[in-house]
Design a protein around this ligand. Structure first.
Ligand SMILES: Cc1cc2nc3c(=O)[nH]c(=O)nc-3n(C[C@H](O)[C@H](O)[C@H](O)COP(=O)(O)OP(=O)(O)OC[C@H]3O[C@@H](n4cnc5c(N)ncnc54)[C@H](O)[C@@H]3O)c2cc1C
Length: 424
C-alpha cells in the first residue's frame, strides 16, 4: 500500500520530492512478499467490492493492455456454502450486481459436474459431524478473481516511481515521529493539542538526532502501523495477527486431476476455493504445481500490538495444518488424504477488527493508511489513489475506471462503510 501510494502521489504531484523509507532492503519485503497474492472482487460490502474491483481492473490493464507481466491469472474464486449462508448472501450478490461485479450462483448439481470428487453431504462422515462441518448446498463463483505475482506488481510501482524522480531510503528504520507545535513555529512543546501539532518528519535509527524532515508524512506501516503514531498518542488502529500458508504438492492422479479442473477458467486450473468451515481455502498455483492452503484462525490466535521487526520470527506450525486445516480439507476433498506439505511460511495480517475495511485518515500533516485486513494487495491500487486525494484535500478520489469514491468514507471521524462479512 505504501509503494502504490508513493506511485500515485508522485504521478499526480510531479514537482514534489518524495522519499520512501523502509527498514527492509528493497520494496515489497514485508507482508506483501509473504502473501499468496490472490485477488477477488467478491465481498459482502459495497466498499470492499469497489476498492477491490477497481484495483483489479488496474492490474488487468497492466497485464493485458500495457503488456506488463505481473503474473496475473484470472482463475476465479469459488465460495462453497450451505443453504443458510447462501440465503444470507443474497443481498451481497445483489450489491455485487449493482456494482457491476459478476458473481454466479452454482447449484449442487453444477458443482458436482465441475468437481466430481467434492463431498457435499459431509454429515455421513462421523469425524465431519464431530467437527460440525456444514453441508455444501451451492456456491458463488467470481470469474474476475485470481492470482498475481506480488513481487512483479511491486516492481512495477517502484520502477515507475523511481523513473518519475521518486527516491528510496532502504535499510532505514523510522524510530519515531518528530512533532512540533504548528502555532509556535520552531518551538518544541511537550504536549501540543490535536489542532496545533505538526509532524516535522521521522527520526531514523542509527543516525544520532537524525530527522528526515517532510512537509507531509504518509504512514503505511502495515502490521507495524502502531509503532509510530501510538507513542505520540494517535491510535494506529491495527491489530496484527499471524497468518500461515502451506503448500501441498499436486502429486498423484487424484490430486493432479483436481489441480487441472476444467470449466472454471482459461488455464484449466482449479480456482481459489473457500470451504464452509473456518474459511479454509486453497488454490492451484499453476507455475509451481502446488496448492496453497490456509485458514482464518479467528479465535485462539492472539492479536499482536507491536510485532517484532523480523518476520522470520513468525513461523508456520505443521501442527496447525494437521489439526485445523487438513481434517476439513480432506472431508470435502478426499484426494487430500495423506497429502504432503512442502514449503510453509507465516506472515502477519493487519486487521482493522472493527469493520474489516481499510482506513485512510489524516491528522494534521500525517496521513495514515492501513487496516487492510488481509486484502491490501487486492485493494492496494485504490488505496494509493485515495492517499493521494487525501494529500490534495480532495473530497472524492478518482479510482481506476473513473469511479468516484468519497475519501472521508475511510476516515474515522466521518467513517461511512459497511462492515465486511466475507473476511477469509
Ligand atoms: C500469509 C499471508 C497471505 C496473504 N494473502 C493475501 C492475498 O491473497 N491477497 C491480498 O490482497 N492480501 C493478502 N495478504 C495480505 C497482504 O499481504 C497485505 O494486505 C499487504 O501486503 C499489505 O501491504 P502493506 O504495504 O500495508 O504492508 P507490507 O507489505 O508489510 O509493508 C509495510 C512496510 O512498512 C515497513 N515499515 C513498517 N514500519 C516501519 C518503520 N518504522 N520504519 C521503516 N519501515 C517500516 C516494513 O518494513 C514493510 O516493508 C496476505 C498476508 C499474509 C501474511
Amino acid at each position: 500500500m505504501g509503494i502504490a501510494s508513493a506511485y500515485h502521489l508522485k504521478r499526480n504531484n510531479p514537482s514534489k520530492r518524495i522519499l520512501v523509507v523502509d527498514r527492509y532492503g528493497s520494496p515489497g519485503q514485508g507482508n506483501t512478499g509473504r502473501s499468496d497474492a490472490t485477488f477477488r472482487n467478491t465481498f459482502s460490502s459495497t466498499d470492499s467490492q469497489i476498492l477491490s474491483n477497481s484495483s483489479i481492473d488496474f492490474y488487468i490493464h497492466l497485464q493485458e493492455e500495457l503488456k506488463i507481466d505481473i503474473g496475473l491469472q484470472k482463475i476465479g474464486c469459488l465460495w462453497l456454502m450451505d443453504e443458510a449462508r447462501l440465503s444470507k448472501s443474497e443481498p451481497h450478490l445483489r450489491r455485487m450486481n449493482d456494482n457491476g461485479i459478476e458473481a454466479n450462483r452454482y447449484e449442487v448439481g453444477e458443482l458436482k459436474r465441475l468437481l466430481p470428487s467434492l463431498v457435499t453431504e459431509v454429515e455421513s462422515n462421523a469425524e465431519a459431524r464431530l467437527m460440525g462441518l456444514p453441508s455444501i448446498d451451492g456456491g458463488i463463483f467470481g470469474p474476475k478473481c485470481g492470482r498475481l505475482d506480488s513481487d512483479r506488481l511491486v516492481k512495477f510501482y517502484a520502477d515507475e516511481f523511481a523513473k518519475a524522480g521518486g527516491t528510496f531510503a532502504f535499510d532505514t528504520d523510522a524510530e519515531s515521529l518528530s512533532i512540533k507545535s504548528s502555532k509556535h513555529q520552531g518551538t518544541r512543546i511537550e504536549s501540543p493539542s490535536r489542532s496545533d501539532f505538526e509532524v516535522e518528519g521521522v527520526s531514523v535509527h542509527g543516525a544520532a538526532d537524525k530527522v528526515i524532515r517532510a512537509e507531509t508524512v504518509v504512514l503505511a506501516g502495515g502490521a507495524w502501523e502502531n509503532e509510530l503514531p501510538e507513542p505520540i498518542g494517535i491510535d494506529g488502529h491495527v491489530k496484527a495477527k499471524k497468518r500461515q500458508l502451506f503448500s501441498i504438492r499436486a502429486k498423484g492422479e487424484k490430486l493432479e486431476r483436481l489441480f487441472h479442473s476444467s470449466g472454471f477458467n482459461a488455464f484449466g486450473l482449479l480456482p481459489l476455493v473457500i470451504l464452509p468451515k473456518a474459511a479454509v481455502r486453497f488454490e492451484a498455483v499453476g507455475e509451481e504445481g502446488v496448492f496453497w492452503a490456509s485458514c482464518f484462525d479467528e479465535v485462539n490466535r492472539p492479536f499482536i500490538n507491536l510485532p517484532q521487526h523480523d518476520l522470520g520470527g513468525y513461523r508456520a506450525e505443521r501442527g496447525f495444518f494437521e489439526k485445523d486445516i487438513y481434517p476439513i480439507l480432506k472431508s470435502y476433498f478426499p484426494e487430500f488424504v495423506n497429502c504432503q506439505i512442502g514449503e510453509m511460511w507465516a506472515g502477519l495480517f493487519a486487521y482493522n477488527a472493527f469493520d474489516y475495511l481499510p482506513f485512510v485518515f489524516r491528522e494534521s500533516n500525517l496521513i495514515v493508511v492501513g487496516g487492510d485486513s488481509g486484502s491490501g494487495m487486492m485493494k492496494g491500487d485504490s488505496l494509493g489513489r485515495i492517499v493521494d486525494s487525501v494529500y490534495r484535500d480532495e473530497e472524492e478520489a478518482r479510482l481506476y475506471g473513473g469511479i468516484q469514491y468519497r475519501t472521508s468514507k475511510l476516515s474515522f471521524d466521518k467513517r461511512d462503510v459497511e462492515r465486511e462479512e466475507w473476511v477469509i
